[in-house]
Ligand binder design. Structure first.
Ligand code: UD1
Length: 340
């Protein structure tokens, strides 16, 4: 397949990054991965190469190391950048905010300075629905008010603001801020997937670690919310749909000017208990759980209005919650200890 061009992927060894690398290689892009491996594994990159042999190079680099980033970017012409690299644990960000501002905000500013010097101005950024805070209305559209409830959330919001300021100040930048809802699942081969290094903060990895016997039971954070079954509602989206959204976003950069935020969600909400039920079906066994206290800072219910993504990117999610659970389980059951 002829090369579409070369894309620099920061955080390409991570969960969403690795799946996006496969999708990019499948679509004929050459891929240059930058990752400091602080929360990811080089094995993920090897498996990406196994799933989609193509033009991929990997550099273990921290984005705050300006000279090292510059050296990679100077190695070959880069057409566009997808910027995933960052930390994402809400609780940890409350305990150690500087680590988050350094890894997320400082790293992004350093990357952007390197890119500006070389006139590389096409960027897709990994944002999050966390920038909507506790939304007043669902489904949430991109025009909803922005706020953040943790240093992690603020780091995403600050970075979005930095991109908006930069695009307003300097012509030529074309930036898509992709606001992911709740990416879960794994590549359908079961070869790559999410591999949290510590106790998982997020629901699906925790559920799957219970299913595989690494943990005794799930604690459902709150069973008395004002929702049909009393548990919180989220818009879970298959990571392969998220990955496809990035390929579509790269193609769409030619059609936008300045900076534009776009939701990546399915438009459908599922409760915690619905996820547990779908996971039990995929696993073929009950997932033991207890209802516990609410988790401070949790939003009751949020799901996306995904219409702008369809209009602007020509992209829409098409995998179901059952697909997400089946694929996540294939990854977890064949790799019970992740990449280790
Ligand atoms: C969380 C973060 C969000 C971040 C996203 C990606 C919070 C409040 N929000 O989103 O900012 O962008 O992760 O990393 O941390 N649940 C349980 N038991 C568990 C784990 C989760 O019941 O052991 C529930 C939660 O209360 C929530 C749902 O499952 O209702 C989804 O949780 P999670 O996967 O952590 O995602 P978010 O809270 O949506």
């Amino acid at each position: 397949m002829p090369s579409q061009g070369t894309v620099l992927v920061t955080g390409g060894a991570g969960f969403i990054g690795s799946h996006t690398c496969v999708a990019l290689l499948d679509a004929g892009w050459a891929v240059v991965v930058l990752d400091n491996l602080s929360n990811s594994s080089a094995v993920a990159v090897e498996r990406v190469e196994e799933l989609s042999p193509g033009d991929l190079t990997f550099h273990r680099v921290d984005l705050r190391d300006r000279a090292a980033v510059g050296a990679v970017v100077d190695e070959r012409p880069i057409d566009a950048v997808i910027h995933f690299a960052g930390l994402k644990a809400v609780g940890e960000s409350v305990v150690d905010p500087l680590r988050y501002y350094s890894n997320n905000v400082v790293a992004t500013v350093t990357l952007l300075e390197v890119l500006r010097e070389r006139e590389i101005r096409d960027v897709v950024f990994s944002s999050s629905c966390t920038v909507y805070g506790d939304p007043a209305n669902v489904p949430v559209a991109e025009s909803a008010p922005l706020s953040a409830a943790s240093p992690y959330g603020r780091s995403k919001l600050f970075i979005e603001e930095i991109f908006r300021d930069l695009a307003a100040a300097e012509p030529g930048w074309r930036v898509l801020l992709l606001r992911y809802f709740n990416p879960v699942g794994a590549h359908q081969s079961g070869r790559i997937g999410e591999d949290p290094h510590d106790v998982p903060n997020n629901l699906m990895p925790f559920v799957m670690q219970v299913a595989v016997g690494r943990r005794d039971r799930l604690t459902v954070f709150g069973g008395d919310y004002p929702t049909p079954d009393g548990t919180c509602i989220r818009d879970y989206i298959h990571v392969e749909d998220v990955a496809a959204g990035h390929v579509a976003a790269l193609d769409a950069l030619d059609r936008i000017e300045g900076c534009q935020a776009v939701n990546l969600g399915t438009g459908t909400g599922s409760s915690v208990l619905e996820v547990v039920q779908a996971a039990s079906k995929a696993v073929g066994a009950d997932i033991p759980f207890v209802i516990g206290a609410r988790r401070p800072g949790d939003v009751v219910a949020t799901w996306a209005d995904p219409s702008l993504a369809e209009e602007l990117l020509g992209w829409k999610a098409n995998r179901t919650l059952d697909d997400m659970c089946a694929d996540h389980w294939r990854w977890q059951s064949t790799n019970p200890d992740g990449y280790r």
